[in-house]
Design a protein around this ligand. Sequence first.
Ligand code: GDP
Ligand code: MN
Length: 381
Amino acid sequence: MNRLAKAAALVVAVAALPYLAFLALYGLLRPEGSPAHKDETVEPTVSIVLPTFNEVDIVETKLDDLIALDYPMEKVELVVVDSSDDETPDLIREYFADREHPELNLIREEERRGLAPALNDAYAAAENEMVVKTDCDSLVAEDALKVAAANLADPDVAAVTGTNAEVLGGSEVEAGYRGVQGHVQTLESHLDSTLIFHGPFSAFENDAIVLVDPNSLADDTELALRIRQNGSRVVFDPEIRYSEASHSDFRKRRLQKDRRGMGLIRLLVQHRDMLGEYGNYGRLVLPFNWWFMVVSPWLLALAVGLATGAAVVATGPFGLAVPAGLGAFVWLGGRDWLGPLQAVYSVFDAQVSLLRASVALLRGDGDGTWEVDQELREVFE
Ligand code: GDP
Ligand code: MN
């Protein structure tokens, strides 16, 4: 083996170590479900917060889904914060015109300011005990409010998120990634608290809510992190199910995944002082996420570079088989043609976004608004 090949192998081994440690911990603890002491008998009042920006094509489907939830609607208010310049707010008003429950509070913004400031306003307006944030381009399982309330009944737990149980549009890349992520978030929750909170369904105790950075690109996760910082646990429950659409195609995935990656990395960096503090959250959960989001994407890129160099040194132009092989892996993965390797590809795909996100952040990109992915909304129409 030449020196470059040894270096590549060393980089891969170093990059893999924390994952092996995490796997060992998983094997040791065998975590299952939510760690919260659930109480299924509680029935708090609920504020559902729905942010909307130009959602005419899908907003009625979303409202149909919300009012079909298995929960007494006289205990529910819907807080919509809307920055549309299309007919979205008119459709919402019409929808509720002769409906008594849930009560509607429609907050109209004069212009699009970005999601985080919009949500800060909606949370301030939410009056009920449990606040559930949901995205317009998602569907929520019927029992989700009940399961969320049962989790929040645990006095230590102040926020709970759920799982993308059915990836709409059938992307196996996304399904594979969510499968891996579900195991990680379950373990994190059993160790203490989880980091990532998901836009389609996140529930918070109203009393625990604080303002998030108006520039945030990871508003749900930021709110959860701040709640953990204030002393409560924030957990993942795989029994809370929602569905959201996703692409498999490599290029199409970048639009949403890169931005989400930027939001998460920036959040970790902003709160780097939490490392090592806050029990297992700062000792294990945050370092693990630092490794996955900030460190290992660079190590992976370095390893690919070194392996290519090593192969070129050893075999001349045939060494380019390394990047060509990687290209083929991406091409097949983006078409969901990798069979059992599809989950591995999903993690690789996430690492690509995180690397691109780091580069974009270093360049100073990333304000609070983004191009909405219209194609992802077609499955809801
Ligand atoms: P993604 O799922 O992370 O790609 O984000 P989306 O583009 O689907 O947006 C998530 C939710 O926020 C959707 O319900 C959007 O309609 C809404 N949204 C996006 N940007 C804004 C905004 O600037 N203001 C408001 N009020 N809502 C927004
Ligand atoms: Mn979305």
